[in-house]
Design a protein around this ligand. Structure first.
Ligand SMILES: NC(=O)C1=CN([C@@H]2O[C@H](COP(=O)(O)OP(=O)(O)OC[C@H]3O[C@@H](n4cnc5c(N)ncnc54)[C@H](O)[C@@H]3O)[C@@H](O)[C@H]2O)[C@H](O)CC1
Ligand SMILES: [K+]
Length: 482
């Protein structure tokens, strides 16, 4: 999981980022002390403008305290430092005017760099925030570092290396050691990173297990995009009695950011759904129930929800089986509500982009197992998730999201959400996020978070007395928590 997602979720759990940076920089300093041959070896720390640079500045402070001669090279104008935690540590370093063990240089362009460097070099220029071709003066610093005979210690990631793929698109620091934080980055290999040492910086497991606002970082929107490119969602549902459910799902999908929502519903529900909102495209089936599926519409959609207000009967069952038989097993489809009564695990076990959103009773019917407390539910959902390729989102006080044995939990939501329709809202949000190019597992996790958060925001105003319709308008607010 990306560093920025974990950091933001750790902060949401109450751990300030400055504390993470202090832990990172302190551990980095300790490792450098153990690498140094003598106590008064000269240490040159090249600091970038982001969090990586901040780690370097924290380490500089601790190494001065340990009696080392430290030379800091800030590779940007101080006003262009981007991370507020790094700004804080830059201020601290600049207040250390008493010590003559510390020398601070600002490198505005490559002419400010020294002609050579020896002793120990610390590369705290670029970490997981690297983007695109290496810009000056960092590019020249990387060459200076690689041409030196110094012992090179890279911070988190050797500058220039893509932390996820390990690719070097331009040039990269060749390190003797890489001190990386929290856990090894996927792209690290000993060829460029040298000896890899992991520093624990106090991030609890919960920051990865529990879904948090950091997960919102996964939603990207191309500023050059055109209508429809940010997701086309198809909702299949509705019946003579239930016309609200598909509308709620569709309106939730729009509030969660997709471009277009089409509702495929029987003629008994179509006029009512049309009346709810001009934002919904409504295609009616010439029948009282959903008894046929327009496959052209399915193929044109980026994600599908089937189930809201469907009402189970032999004709609908036949149509559902047709849909499951006809769609290819990569089509992203959320199966919710009454469709969960129609689905057979055997028919969908190979679908990789399917999301099942059962409550406990529906889960029990599907997987013939269930548990009372959270621990046993997690155990059963984990084992159930190994029986299918798709995603299971078991709704509850704590939602459990699982795929192929991987588990995440969501704690947002409140008892006010037992009101009818909140499940329809959830299915619409999940499908909307999938249509916006999130992987189904990530969309299910984030959908659960957003849905619960929207309910919590509604509850701040209405207590436990709010409707699913009232929740809709809080979805965008819940998504701005980045
Ligand atoms: N949870 C943790 O593991 C912690 C990690 N920490 C450190 O923070 C960095 C990530 O910080 P971030 O600010 O996101 O990015 P970077 O510092 O890696 O770099 C961004 C910085 O650099 C500039 N930049 C980006 N690309 C280029 C380029 N191609 N050429 C030149 N300059 C570039 C950009 O402008 C930004 O300002 C992580 O690696 C750890 O070291 C935290 O300190 C603690 C928690
Ligand atoms: K680095």
């Amino acid at each position: 999981m990306k560093t920025e997602i974990i950091d933001r979720n750790a902060e949401y759990l109450g751990i300030p980022r400055l504390l993470l940076m202090e832990n990172a920089g302190r551990c980095l300093a300790e490792k450098i002390v153990s690498i140094a041959e003598t106590e008064n070896e000269k240490i040159s720390i090249f600091c970038g403008s982001g969090g990586n640079g901040g780690d370097g500045l924290v380490a500089a402070r601790h190494l001065v305290n340990r009696g080392f001669k430290v030379e800091v090279f800030l590779m940007t104008h101080p006003q262009r430092i981007r991370s507020k935690e790094t700004i804080k540590n830059w201020e601290i370093i600049n207040n250390m005017t008493y010590s003559d063990n510390l020398n601070v240089n600002v490198v505005l362009d490559s002419s400010y760099l020294p002609s050579s460097v020896d002793g120990i070099i610390v590369d705290a220029m670029l970490g997981t925030g690297i983007k695109g071709k290496i810009r000056e003066p960092i590019r020249s610093a990387i060459k200076l570092i690689n041409d030196s005979n110094a012992v090179v210690v890279a911070v988190d990631v050797p500058s220039g290396l893509d932390p996820t793929t390990g690719k070097i698109s331009d040039i990269a620091v060749k390190a003797d050691y890489t001190i990386t934080f929290h856990k090894i980055k996927k792209g690290l290999d000993t060829k460029t990173a040298g000896k890899i040492i992991v520093c624990d910086i106090g991030i609890p497991k919960e920051a990865e297990v529990f879904v948090g606002p950091g997960d919102l970082i996964r939603i990207k929107r191309n500023p050059e995009s055109h209508k429809g490119e940010n997701g086309k969602v198809l909702i299949i549902g509705g019946s003579p009695v239930y016309s609200g459910a598909p509308a709620l799902s569709g309106l939730a999908a729009l509030q969660a950011g997709c471009d277009l929502v089409t509702i495929l519903c029987p003629k008994t529900a179509a006029p009512v759904i049309k009346s709810y909102s001009p934002d919904l495209i409504v295609k009616e089936i010439d029948s009282d129930y959903v008894d046929k599926i327009d496959m052209e519409l399915v193929e044109k959609s980026d994600s599908i929800v089937i189930g809201p207000g469907l009402e189970e009967n032999p004709k609908t069952r036949k149509a559902f089986k047709f849909l499951i038989r006809e769609i290819d097993d990569t089509t992203p489809i959320v199966i919710d509500a009454d469709a969960l009564k129609l689905v057979e695990i055997e028919d969908i076990k190979d679908f990789e982009n399917i999301v099942l959103t059962p409550h406990l009773g529906e889960f029990k019917r599907l997987f013939k197992i269930s548990g009372k407390d959270l621990k046993s539910k997690i155990k059963y959902v984990t084992s159930a998730s190994k029986k299918i390729n798709g995603v299971i989102l078991l709704k509850g006080k704590i939602d459990i999201i699982a795929q192929n044995g991987k588990i995440r939990l969501n704690k947002t939501g409140n008892p006010g959400m037992t009101v009818g329709g909140t499940g329809d809202v959830l299915s619409g949000i999940v499908a909307s996020l999938i249509s916006q190019k999130l992987r189904p597992f990530d969309a299910a996790c984030l959908g659960a978070f957003i849905n619960g958060k929207a309910g919590d925001l509604a509850s701040e105003i209405y207590g436990y007395n709010f409707t699913a319709t009232k929740m809709l308008k809080f979805i965008p607010k819940a998504m701005k928590l980045k």
